[in-house]
Write a protein that binds this ligand. Structure first.
Ligand SMILES: [Zn+2]
Length: 185
């Protein structure tokens, strides 16, 4: 293959990946960070073509705390479990492909739950960054053996997850949805 055709092929792959991310609802900053070879003006044009509007401005959601609140914690733990599983089975796959694939699988799992999909693709992207910078970690629930997201470096000796010990307000909804428990435990 000539250099030129290799370059064209790379550009094509990058564009396909950017389109996939935009269609999944990713913020521009996520795409710029993951696919740095596409210029910003080109990316903005692509975004407008696909979404029919300019990309939203402003900061990305950036808080580890959000992932520790009840419902986001359960779904984010489910997502991260899927991601780790895929990563273990496909360690030579690009991280971005694993991210997209785990996100699709996560959405399939939760789309029929009454609580619906809580995590956007931008959120799960920030989640991976928190794990990579070792701000978040997983802990095993002492009651159900499920693995859940916790703050890194915070000692959790008798950790009990949000499913085994939901906040009182969430109890009713959780009982109605046994499937939810099965999927996440
Ligand atoms: Zn539990």
């Amino acid at each position: 293959m000539t250099d030129r055709s290799r370059r064209l092929l790379d550009e094509h792959r990058d564009l396909q990946k950017a389109i996939e991310l935009i269609n999944l609802g990713a913020r521009l900053q996520v795409i710029e960070s993951e696919i740095p070879d596409i210029s910003r003006p080109k990316l903005i044009r692509l975004y407008k073509d696909l979404q029919g509007q300019s990309p939203p401005k402003g900061l990305l959601p950036f808080s580890t705390e959000w992932f520790l609140t009840w419902q986001p914690n359960i779904q984010a733990s489910l997502f991260y479990g899927i991601y780790q599983q895929l990563q273990g089975d496909n360690s030579n796959h690009p991280r971005l492909d694993l991210l997209i694939c785990s996100y699709r699988l996560y959405r399939e799992q939760v789309q029929h739950c009454p609580e619906a999909v809580v995590l956007g693709i931008t959120r799960v992207w920030t989640l991976l960054r928190f794990f990579e910078s070792k701000q978040l970690d997983m802990a095993v629930c002492t009651r159900c053996d499920g693995r859940f997201i916790v703050h890194a470096h915070s000692p959790v000796k008798q950790f009990v997850c949000g499913i085994c010990h939901p906040p009182s307000r969430a109890g009713k909804r959780l009982k109605k949805s046994n499937k939810y428990v099965e999927l996440t435990s």
